[in-house]
Write a protein that binds this ligand. Structure first.
Ligand code: DGL
Length: 280
């Protein structure tokens, strides 16, 4: 079974694409709605909360967990992979969303650092949470692989709170227009929605951005990377019995399930049904 972790409902954008691409796999989703948003928490809190969620997913039988949360991936992934997983679940694996996104932005494989610049310089816009922007994880990793790319970061404070709080179209569009109006968008060719919550409201970004700026789709890019990973690591593509899964998708939340369902159903075109994480 594959675990998908997010601070709230944002990772549902990734889960939806994963279930479409891998219909035979079993998935268990963990939304930490009770502690969201992560975007303005301390690094220590983000590491601890991520560890707690991943533990719950692995205790429930997930051998592979995707941190479908840019903030958790930028702040906690490396620490969990290096300092925690080897002593707690040595056979299991944790992957993040940052690696496939950096590969997509640069066109350079993750393993290929300090490569000679390919192509001409491009201006690319990264829209993310305050915490992801402050970590500088994206610009640092992009610079190692494609120093000719100019990555312009823009934090979008309050946007995750507004989505999780069920804000209506006008306030959401107003917030996004405000963020975009603060950027010099001249020469920008691509925008990366570097927070899994943002594809839920991609249309609002599309309205605010000039037509010649394309939006890089994080769910598709992450799903392609997972399909590729499972091809190379077939042991994680199997259920505990050694058989492929049955396509079962379960969702748990640390928040109040009915409120979480209401918000999630508004943004994701599915019959979402979360249950309380402590009842899993
Ligand atoms: N959805 C998460 C991300 O991709 C984090 C949002 C939050 O909790 O602030 O960054």
């Amino acid at each position: 079974m594959i675990g998908v972790f997010d601070s709230g409902s944002g990772g549902l954008t990734i889960l939806k694409t994963l279930t479409e691409r891998l219909p035979d796999q079993d998935f268990l989703y963990f939304g930490d709605h009770g502690n969201a948003p992560y975007g303005h928490r301390s690094n220590e809190q983000i590491v601890e909360l991520t560890k707690t969620g991943v533990t719950q997913l692995m205790d429930a039988g997930c051998t592979l967990v995707i941190l479908a949360c840019n903030t958790a991936a930028a702040i906690a992934l490396r620490s969990l992979q290096e300092n925690w997983l080897p002593t707690h679940f040595p056979e299991n694996r944790i992957l993040g969303v940052l690696v496939p996104m950096v590969e997509a932005i640069t066109g350079v494989p993750w393993s290929q650092q300090n490569s000679s610049p390919i192509g001409s310089g491009e201006r690319i816009l990264l829209l993310a949470t305050q915490k992801t922007v402050a970590s500088d994880a994206y610009p640092q990793e992009v610079a190692k692989r494609a120093p000719q790319v100019e990555l312009i970061q823009k934090a979008c404070p309050g946007l995750v709170d507004a989505i999780e709080g069920g804000a209506g179209p006008a306030p959401l569009q107003g917030l996004i227009n405000g963020f975009i109006s603060e950027i010099d968008t001249g020469g920008i060719t691509k925008a990366v929605l570097g927070c899994t919550h943002f594809p839920l409201i991609e249309d609002y970004f599309r309205t605010a951005l000039a037509n010649d700026i394309s939006i890089l789709s994080q769910p598709q890019i992450v799903a392609n990377a997972l399909v590729d990973y499972l091809d190379r690591h077939k042991q994680y593509a199997k259920a505990g019995s050694g058989q492929a899964g049955s396509g079962r998708v379960s969702l748990m939340t640390t928040g109040e399930p009915e409120a979480v369902n209401a918000v999630s159903r508004r943004f994701v075109d599915e019959q979402i049904k979360f249950i309380a994480a402590d009842q899993q």
